[in-house]
Design a protein around this ligand. Sequence first.
Ligand code: DCP
Length: 230
Amino acid sequence: VGGCSQDAAYKHLVGEGEKKTVICIEGNIASGKTTCLDYFAKTTSIEVLTEPVLKWRNVHGHNLLGLMYQDPSRWGITLQTYIQLTMLDQHTRPMISPVRMMERSIHSAKHIFVENLYRSGRMPEVDYIVLTEWFEWITKNTDVSVDLIVYLQTSPETCYERLKNRCRKEEKIIAMEYLEAIHQLYEEWLIKQTLCKVPSPVLVIQADNDMQKMIEKYEENRDQILTPSK
Ligand code: DCP
């Protein structure tokens, strides 16, 4: 039921077979993905795609993110269906640069957030199955391939502190247990690799430090991030 396939036949091919590179920045809520993307957006000429969270907060006037946090059992499927669509849109958009960096991916939407709703009993099995069938169809028939996952590994406590400080109104309701559950799933998926097949190699960066130290780490890992071995 899980839906983990990744069709290797589909790759970002341009011109005479020139290979393009897709890097996804992954990590818990408030793990510092935006700082990482900002650093690369400012210091390189690569294409940087941020998560379409603004769209999720305003779908023709409806705040789907807010609805989901208020009542996950009712709105989880609606938000995740929409997120899957917006992520598909991002993955399949024509690339304007040889290197694309994305905030999260269709893969983490499915394996982390949908999985968490299902496992915690807030998504009925039939909703989970329908989303899984969509996901499997997408991975088989479109190019959502990834060349490198950069996992910003944080403690859930760090994310909790950052979340409180940034005060995004929909997220006020988030409890420590939620961040712990998302953390455990990320660890299962990208570290233990027991959740399902990981779509690319993974570079782990410990991300509990302050912003200045994190920027130093991005500088140190810059080449490894921008030129993953194919
Ligand atoms: N979200 C969700 N389901 C997904 C993806 C995200 O419910 N499939 C939620 C979690 C957050 C919000 O959307 O409340 C924004 O997600 P991020 O954690 O990815 O974005 P941040 O801005 O928090 O990232 P960071 O603080 O790491 O820069």
